[in-house]
Design a protein around this ligand. Structure first.
Ligand SMILES: Nc1ncnc2c1ncn2[C@@H]1O[C@H](COP(=O)(O)OP(=O)(O)OP(=O)(O)O)[C@@H](O)[C@H]1O
Ligand SMILES: [Mg+2]
Length: 286
């Protein structure tokens, strides 16, 4: 759950008055799955929450979007995950502090082959790493594409990256993991293991991709006003997965994800302005 405030400036040892606030479901894979649902995909989310009020809100938000929640593990008496975010009113940039809460993490055995039947893409965000590794192995054995949002260098990430067909990293991750600040070198270094596509997102500077042969550059899509960039990466990942599942090529999938992510930035919250498929399709043809 995201607790978001637009503020005139991000204060440090100071006070400012809130311009606008919002409580909304968040989280990298969780918002990606909502984006995929909004863009017309049938979706299932697997994650761990508590049975507190926040947990109920998290589930309700998924259900409202039509996301299947049968893979949610709910721990009695536990606190659900939360993030508190301050968004700068001028730039849309933000500061975030967050907690996993105290819910029992997913175990490998919580993900079954049955759940992966008829699935095109398994999207992971690096959280719940042990379960993610087990799920990625299972997905590979079922012929399901494995995609990962590489946002944070966590223990187990090497194995997870090895197992992923699609790795799209934030610029920060790419720099930390590959040891280079040159994104075009970084994206090539992320192409290893079982990889079919590696990408790096660079905020308002767009994204780059590499499929082992071809290098792609996709500038960001220009919208009238950037209000809040929270979840831009998450929406990019969810939209990219939808595009790939629909059979779009890598570069067209990047363009599709780029437009969806930019539109997301036009309102407060990671999920508020996620567009539908027809809207993105129309803008792609403009
Ligand atoms: N200011 C912006 N204007 C237009 N598009 C943007 C902007 N910021 C982000 N995007 C789009 O969203 C994509 C992902 O953004 P970014 O690289 O910031 O993700 P991230 O680092 O994973 O952050 P987070 O997951 O916290 O949103 C970018 O590649 C770009 O296409
Ligand atoms: Mg991200």
């Amino acid at each position: 759950m995201d607790y978001l405030c637009i503020v005139p400036r991000i204060p440090l040892d100071d006070k400012v008055e809130i311009v606008e606030s919002l409580v909304q479901g968040g989280g990298p894979a969780a918002t990606a799955v909502v984006a995929a649902a909004r863009l017309g995909a049938a979706t299932v989310f697997c994650g761990a929450i508590g049975d507190d009020g926040r947990g109920l809100q998290i589930v309700k938000a998924f259900q409202t979007e039509g996301v299947d929640v049968t893979g949610m593990k709910i721990s009695k008496g536990a606190e659900s995950p939360a993030a508190y975010s301050w968004v700068d009113n001028t730039s849309g940039k933000r500061s975030i502090v967050w907690t996993h809460g105290s819910a029992v993490p997913l175990a490998g055995a919580d993900i079954t082959a049955e759940q992966l039947q008829d699935v095109d893409v398994l999207h992971l965000d690096g959280h719940q790493t042990q379960a993610a590794i087990a799920a990625a192995k299972l997905a590979r054995s079922c012929g399901v594409l494995v995609s990962i949002d590489a946002g944070t260098v966590v223990p187990g990430i090497d194995e997870l990256l090895e197992l992923s067909d699609i790795v799209i990293a934030s610029k920060k991750f790419a720099e930390a993991y590959t040891g280079t600040s040159c994104v075009s070198d970084g994206v090539r270094k992320l192409f290893f293991g079982q990889r079919k596509f590696a990408g790096v997102t660079v905020g308002k500077n767009g994204s780059i991709g590499f499929d082992g042969e071809n290098y792609f550059e996709c500038p960001s899509y220009q919208v009238e006003k950037i209000v809040d960039t929270t979840g831009a990466g998450d929406v990019y990942h969810g939209a990219f997965a939808v595009a790939v599942a629909r059979g779009m090529s890598w570069d067209v999938s990047m363009r599709f994800a780029t437009i969806a992510a930019a539109l997301k930035c036009t309102e407060l919250g990671g999920r508020t302005a996620i567009p539908d498929f027809e809207t993105v399709e129309r803008l792609m043809n403009c």
